[in-house]
Ligand binder design. Structure first.
Ligand SMILES: Cc1cc2nc3c(=O)[nH]c(=O)nc-3n(C[C@H](O)[C@H](O)[C@H](O)COP(=O)(O)OP(=O)(O)OC[C@H]3O[C@@H](n4cnc5c(N)ncnc54)[C@H](O)[C@@H]3O)c2cc1C
Length: 465
């Protein structure tokens, strides 16, 4: 069947952030040349996504350059690219005692250039299509993507890499629910207080951006526990991967206690906590898989905030600035939950319940910016909402993302595996947990390409999109 693009069959990847870009590259490497790869992106910006957009602020990656290769089988790929290209962008690669940290916009250039050089050398077809996909129809040949502009695109299979961030989030001039939109920090009185709700890495991004634009007023960061991410340090002595018993693996609380015991044992040998947390990484996905739904819920409610600040760390220069601003009293971190925001003619009044007392307190601020991290995938609307509504997909038990098999196939509303519909990246974090950062997503993209190739092998072709 020749499709509208003139191709004799194609696999479509929807979304061209890191996940979709690397999935498209891996697919192109593994699929027969006769099968085209379509990469569809609504923004027209390929190989970027929010994380690696061409921002005015020189935000640093929060992972060392040495761990940011796009390819699991070529761990120095990004470092080699930096050696050749970084000199053209002075100041975009910072070397610290904890390792080299590139800016996220430089990483976006790396992704773009990697995508284009792969396309040029692939010998097959990759089409970059600026389209917003908002529906998927089943056809005897596979599926048909329905695009916002009315176009429909016939494909053999579809990979969803749409991320978990909604396209549009409301702002009313005081409350900004999209922390990455430039408007969130525009038009501020440089001396009047700003409230950031959330104290994780997105809060850190915002504080850095405020500082870079000359904002000198008070910044208040509010979250239930007031926990701020830890910083990277020089890599010290490693710690062996712990072995947990079956009983421990089945309980969030026992796992928490077992990890604390590992931390104490490491400290007794003068080995820092970072080595222990890093030693868990290869088995985090398996540990998550081993927890039943209620245990996952316990982890999310009680342990996750502590896990996140140790697992997702700041680059040292970011940590230095945050610490300095805290020491100077410019940045104050409070514990509490927003109850109500009342805009006024001058400053808005924000009522919040202080933790742990529950006392209701009020802050007067010019703006409230929500930096509360990834939303449940239901909030992302658009295509994902359409797939859920039509029963072509379902949520995982914790409603963090789409439910998929270990082979990344989407599971539909009736619990059936859709043989030619896959997903990867943060959108499937309910199944894998550890699939937010580059070192994990690149592994998934590699696996995904193998799964797609084997599903399309003649003996196993099924058409159940
Ligand atoms: C601010 C930030 C900083 C980060 N920093 C790091 C870091 O330093 N190191 C690290 O390892 N990880 C980092 N991460 C995490 C990681 O790299 C991201 O989770 C990853 O980029 C996710 O990519 P994605 O492609 O799945 O999603 P996204 O980047 O959200 O991309 C999804 C893309 O899909 C498009 N799209 C969505 N729906 C449709 C549709 N219906 N039709 C067409 N297109 C659509 C969107 O426009 C978007 O471009 C960071 C994440 C963020 C948000």
């Amino acid at each position: 069947m020749v499709d509208q693009q003139g191709d004799n069959g194609a696999i479509a990847v929807v979304g061209a952030g890191f996940s979709g870009t690397i999935a498209a590259i891996q697919l192109r490497r593994r699929l027969p040349a006769a099968l085209a790869v379509y990469l569809l992106e609504r923004s027209g910006q390929f190989a970027r996504g929010i994380a690696y957009a061409n921002s005015k602020v020189a935000h640093l990656l929060n992972v060392r350059a040495a761990n940011m290769s796009a390819f699991p089988d070529d761990p120095t790929h990004f470092e080699r690219w930096l050696e050749t290209h970084a000199a053209r962008w002075p100041g975009e690669l910072i070397r610290t005692s904890a390792g080299g940290f590139a800016t996220r916009r430089l990483y976006g250039l790396y992704l773009e250039s990697t995508l284009h050089s792969e396309i040029a050398s692939s010998g097959g077809t990759v089409r970059l299509l600026t389209e917003e996909v908002y529906g998927l129809e089943q056809t005897p040949e596979g599926g048909r993507l329905v695009c916002r502009d009315g176009k429909s695109i016939a494909v053999r299979g579809v990979v969803l890499a749409t991320g978990s961030l909604p396209a549009n989030r409301p702002c009313d001039g005081v409350e900004f629910r999209d922390p990455w939109t430039p408007e969130a920090l525009a038009g501020l009185d440089p001396l009047a207080p700003v409230l950031i709700v959330g104290t994780g890495l997105t809060m850190v991004d915002l504080v850095l951006a405020l500082d870079a634009q000359g904002f000198r007023g008070p910044i208040i960061a509010l979250s239930r526990r007031g926990l701020v991410p830890q910083a990277h340090e020089a890599i010290g002595q490693g710690w062996p991967a712990p072995e947990f018993t079956e009983q421990v693996r089945g309980s969030a609380l026992l796992l928490f206690q077992a990890v604390r015991a590992e931390l104490r044992a490491a400290a007794a040998q003068n080995i820092g906590w970072r080595a222990v947390i890093d030693s868990l990484r290869p088995q985090t996905a398996a540990l998550w898989r081993g927890l039943a739904g209620a245990e996952r819920g316990r982890f999310l409610r009680h342990i996750r905030p502590y896990w996140d600040i140790h697992r997702h760390r700041m680059a040292p220069p970011a940590a230095e600035l945050v610490n300095r601003l805290r020491a100077e009293g410019v940045l104050r971190v409070l514990r509490g939950r927003v109850r109500a925001v009342q805009p006024g003619t001058g400053l808005a009044a924000v009522q919040y319940d202080a933790c742990p007392t529950g006392a209701c307190k009020t802050l007067a601020v010019q703006r409230v910016i929500y930096a509360t991290g990834l939303q449940g995938v239901r909030a992302s609307g658009g295509l994902v909402a359409a797939l859920l509504a039509s029963g072509q997909a379902r949520l995982d038990g914790q409603e963090l993302g789409l439910d998929v098999t270990q082979g990344l196939n989407i599971i539909d509303g009736d619990g059936k595996v859709a043989r030619n519909l896959w997903a990867l990246g943060p959108i499937v974090r309910g199944t894998f947990w550890e699939c937010l950062a580059v070192p994990d997503i690149r592994q998934q993209a590699d696996q995904l390409a193998r799964e797609v190739v084997s599903a399309l092998a003649p003996a196993s072709v099924e058409v159940s999109v």
